[in-house]
Design a protein around this ligand. Sequence first.
Ligand SMILES: [Zn+2]
Length: 185
Amino acid sequence: MITRHLLPAALLLSMVSIMSAQSPTGNTNIVAVRLIGPDGQPGPVVESPRVVKTDVEWEKQLGPSVYRVLRAKGTEAPFCGNLLDNHKDGVYFCAGCELPLFASSSKFNSGTGWPSFYRPFATENITEIRDVSLGMVRTEILCARCGGHLGHVFDDGPPPTGLRYCLNSAALVFKEEAEVKKLGK
Ligand SMILES: [Zn+2]
């Protein structure tokens, strides 16, 4: 009986300690990220409220196709996403919470059929977790602020990082450079 009562508390404690690693203050509702700076570049690390919504709220906000990718970990068919051949200068934001995730300057043609980047806008803005689904060991990438599924990161990318962040277009919203600069604070 004692074990039955202690176990949930122990689990809760371990979960809290993992989640609080995200924020210097230990507040699990806050995440440390970088927003758009004055010149459209990554600003300083700031604390931002974590975006938490129910599945029903997400589906209503995103619509079925974006919801399937961002909240249900779906993957678009290759060569089908609307941002694959986008070569404009600007920033790609999270479709769920508008956190800046990737800059056009790190986009490259990987030939895979999915938008690919060699580095994130800011490492703070991307959460990586081990994904063992579909019989493969991969590293899933999530938005650090809303937990939305973005895609995966692989170690076969170009210099200077050698990384390939493989994205679903549906997880991203693109804004051109002039618009991005207006967002800078
Ligand atoms: Zn997000």
